[in-house]
Design a protein around this ligand. Structure first.
Ligand code: ZN
Ligand code: ZN
Length: 230
């Protein structure tokens, strides 16, 4: 059992928290992105370990539903699928057509491998995604991956400190820069979540706006963590 830095007890982990997902789809139909999994203290909810999993789904495995006139599925055979995104894009197609991706289901996975002393524990995520083409075509795909528990670390702040460090035990606001090209995100600031938390976060963003590096980024997000904001 790990020891929680916040309540200082050996605790069980809450590994059921929903993955944080960031996805994009390229013109050739490949879905890429990240799924962040976080394990919290089962007692006080402090974030204890996190891992960012790389998402990648091939366009050949993203498929439309089978056509309504398809023959009924044969018992024991894999389920029938319709046209894949790869096939769809290879067809004579509006060159202006654009793709969008959204996850329709996100869940955590948890498994053990091996027995006895050598037993390894894996935490992961499973996603179901839906890709929509502007021509009206819709297809679905799925992805799953996991990481060994010992390979998970506390999530780090911009300064490299674990987020569950003592100095940020109280509720905080995180100002995050999500990169336009899906190359992760940068933490701009960690601020105490006072009633003015959001206002302060907005000020930090305004301050960062002119700096180099900021220009290549697109969206700024404000997340709250570390418990309820006061
Ligand atoms: Zn705790
Ligand atoms: Zn299309």
């Amino acid at each position: 059992m790990p020891r929680c830095p916040d309540c200082n007890k050996f605790v069980s982990l809450d590994s059921e928290t929903e993955p944080e997902v960031d996805l994009e789809v390229s013109d050739d139909g490949t879905v890429t992105g990240t799924a962040m999994i976080v394990n919290n203290c089962g007692d006080c909810g402090t974030e204890m370990a996190a891992a960012e999993l790389e998402v990648s789904i091939d366009p050949e495995s993203i498929c439309a539903p089978p056509p309504p006139d398809a023959p009924p599925p044969v018992e024991g055979a894999p389920p029938a699928v319709g046209e894949s995104l790869e096939e769809h894009l290879a067809k004579l197609h509006d060159p202006e057509a654009s793709l969008e991706v959204e996850d329709t289901s996100r869940e955590r996975t948890d498994r053990y491998e091996g027995k006895g002393r050598g037993q390894r524990h894996y935490y992961g995520a499973r996603l179901e995604v839906e890709v929509t083409c502007s021509c009206g075509w819709v297809g679905t795909g799925e992805w799953t991956d996991d990481v060994q528990a010992s390979g998970m670390d506390p999530r780090r702040t911009k300064e490299g400190e674990p987020m569950n460090a003592k100095r940020i035990r109280k509720p905080h606001v995180l100002v995050v820069h999500r990169h336009e090209r899906g190359e992760g995100s940068t933490i701009l600031a960690v601020l105490p979540a006072t009633r003015r938390g959001r206002v302060m976060a907005a000020e930090v963003v305004a301050e960062e706006r002119g700096k180099p590096g900021f220009m290549s980024c697109d969206v700024v997000e404000v997340q709250e963590f570390g418990g309820r904001a006061t």
